[in-house]
Design a protein around this ligand. Sequence first.
Ligand code: ZN
Length: 96
Amino acid sequence: MNSPYLCPNCKTNRSRFNLIEQVARPVKLNPQTGEILQQFEIEHLEPFHLPYQGPSYKVQCGICGVIENEIVFVKQAQTCNFTRKTNNPLNSADNF
Ligand SMILES: [Zn+2]
């Protein structure tokens, strides 16, 4: 993630975000009880068990709280044509 973000919802936040890591845990459940019978490593899935293919993390806007895939925030930033100047006043207050 080296692209600027812009929240697609509040459209003002470019700097405060929560990155939500998504860790898929493949399991086999007892169909009756829901109890976990078996857990798998991704590499050792049964042939018919589809591995998780979604994004490795999601992004939450730290201002309005909306949660989307990273690409949505990146696209929004690109759409809004933000110039990447090092001394941009919108960013200068946000060097953590
Ligand atoms: Zn927002």
